[in-house]
Design a protein around this ligand. Sequence first.
Ligand code: TRP
Ligand code: SF4
Length: 329
Amino acid sequence: MTRKIVLSGARPTGDVHLGNYFGALHNWVKLQDQYDCHFFIADWHALTTGYADTHALHEHTISLIADFLAVGLDPEKSVLFLQSEVPQHAELFLLFAMNTPLSWLERCPTYKDQINQLKEKDLTTYGFLGYPCLQAADILAYKADFVPVGEDQIPHLELTREIARRFNHLYQSPVFPEPQPLLTAAKVLPGTDGRKMSKSYGNTISFADDPETVRQKVMNMVTDPARIRKTDPGHPDICSVFAFHKIFSPDEVDSIRSQCEGGQIGCVACKKQCAAKVAEFHTPIHEKRTGLLQDPDHLVQIIKDGSAKARELAARTMAEARAAVRIGL
Ligand code: TRP
Ligand code: SF4
């Protein structure tokens, strides 16, 4: 039985945090048993916004593979690889760059948004504009059927389908399938301040944090600001600690809700309970990643092995694409 092909990638931009985990990685781990999975470290993508400061790129690549493995991505089940070790991504990107209209790239909603948001960086570059073409190459090099992505990536995936369609049409060869998004109800874990968990807000809990840091972060979390005394009725739905309980203590949320609303539990006690649950989940992953990082050569070997498999797959597609374009010998 041939399984459907899944592909997704993550940028090596720093430590993986719980928001990344519950937003994506957790789902990737589960997909491994059902699909032919390919997960990669998108280091070329990191250059689209981070080209000017690459000093931590290698370190972030190594720590990302450690995080991948620590949460349960398994090189025996999935192809785990590094984008820049598979030159076919760049080659296919080049072919797509030849026939993708500028207007498609310019109207991509994230394009102008990001230029405005990341003001400190000069993103008026060729590579940043062309980033959806690179993403299309990432996906189509493996003829992926499904791409697990968040809502924000849906326009990019639509662009990938348009690029595939245009290529197939121009060269009268059905080389590329049209990949579909795999939207799973991601569990939303807010940051410690109640906003979206994000490195730029400084409100993350990451797998690199040691257990004591994690405990302190939970104890300092923002709760219902109106609650001063334990007997004040609380509003769990606006409390980030409660959002954590929903994920880490699913069996106890109903009781926590009624105790909070009824003024029967204080926030400090509630946070302590939360910190214990977070630790139960976080500590083993933290320890696994710390152990893996003791032996970076082993991690490099895992990346190399996965990348060799990826090259083999991508080379097959690339041969078909070159033949369709009638380029080369
Ligand atoms: N764009 C994604 C991000 O920034 C990473 C990514 C690159 C990706 N290529 C991809 C995701 C292909 C899915 C498929 O997080
Ligand atoms: Fe939040 Fe718990 Fe305090 Fe209620 S008791 S406001 S859920 S920390």
